[in-house]
Design a protein around this ligand. Structure first.
Ligand code: ADP
Length: 307
């Protein structure tokens, strides 16, 4: 295993309802943070997992950074902004249905790519950079371009770039901007980890094979398509590989299914596993995560000994 993994994106404060009327529990979540959490749980301690983001200088930002550190996630590349704070979302339950309200429009994380030198410094000792379509969506246009530019340079130096398109049209000014930016990101990535349902809806792909071909043409050597309870498809250096997901007795909460799959897949690949074995590990972890309430849990899924 070489270098560490740098996950780039936004961690938010999560307020989740407790049984009591008007009571909420405070936690932390966000797609790239969820993946960092599971990467840390799976990989040996000697392999650094770091988070690249920006937070405020207030008490809640301090608590978030403490949370990351206690989770074993490196915080050396968390930037501080005195004029901003962290984003927040609130989960509401109405007869068992969850709905989400967000306050993240001015979050500090939107400035994470303001300084290219900081990106270069964070990537310097890393083997892999991991980011998502949500990371891109929260950035201003110049920040987005800067991030992709620095990732391309990192890749040219031998770094590995891994991208989950995580299509969230509500975070974008319009869907054309979203699909254009996602394809630009795929063009600087070695590995793309999309979800079939989203890709079919926003790119009009007829099936997972169409998604795989589109990202392979953009330049990704490895594309793995998640597919809810359906079979997953990988296209790896021209080879097609199909793997069934792991059966889940009871789907409790699908939050972080894709994020945890990505972490399982990436951890296994980093440890030298073959594509199909890495897909199985990702699916095993995702199945465990969706059998439990909430995004973050301590899984029993582990890498096999000796990679
Ligand atoms: P996302 O959460 O990004 O939308 P998916 O819904 O495709 O992604 O789920 C990611 C992975 O989680 C799937 O590829 C699969 O391994 C697992 N998964 C999701 N839903 C189920 C399910 N109902 N049964 C079994 N596995 C599932």
């Amino acid at each position: 295993m070489n270098g560490g993994i740098l996950s780039i994106g936004e961690c938010m404060v999560e307020l989740a309802p407790l049984p009591g009327e008007g009571d909420y529990r405070m936690g932390y979540a966000g797609d790239t943070l969820n993946s960092a959490w599971y990467l840390r749980r799976l990989l040996p301690a000697a392999m650094p997992v770091s988070y690249f983001t920006a937070v405020g200088t207030d008490a809640v930002s301090d608590r978030m950074v403490d949370f990351l550190a206690q989770a074993g996630i490196g915080t050396d590349h968390v930037q501080r902004r005195a004029d901003r704070t962290v984003g927040l979302y609130l989960i509401q339950l109405d007869r068992g249905e969850r709905s989400f309200s967000y306050w993240r429009g001015q979050s500090a994380a939107r400035t994470l790519a303001a300084d290219g030198d900081r990106l270069d410094a964070a990537l310097r000792d890393m083997g892999t950079a991991y980011f998502s379509g949500i990371t891109l969506a929260i950035l201003p246009e110049d920040g987005r371009a800067r991030l992709l530019d620095r990732l391309a340079a990192f890749r040219a130096r031998g770094g590995q770039v891994v991208f989950d398109p995580n299509l969230r049209p509500r975070l974008w000014q319009d869907t054309a901007t979203m699909t254009r930016a996602v394809m630009q990101a795929a063009a600087v990535s070695d590995t793309v980890l999309p979800s079939h349902e989203d890709e079919a809806e926003w790119f009009g792909d007829a099936d997972p094979a169409a998604t795989a071909t589109r990202y392979a043409h953009a330049g990704a050597a490895e594309v793995v398509i998640k597919n809810g309870p359906g079979p997953m498809l990988a296209l790896s250096n021209g080879d097609s590989i199909t793997v069934d997901p792991v059966k889940v007795a009871e789907v409790v909460d699908t939050t972080a299914a894709g994020d945890s799959f990505n972490a399982g897949y990436l951890a296994a690949r980093t440890a030298g596993a073959a594509v199909a074995d890495a897909m199985r590990l990702g699916a095993t972890l995702a199945a465990e995560v969706i059998g439990t309430r909430g995004a973050l849990m301590t899984p029993t899924t582990a890498l096999p000994p000796n990679g």
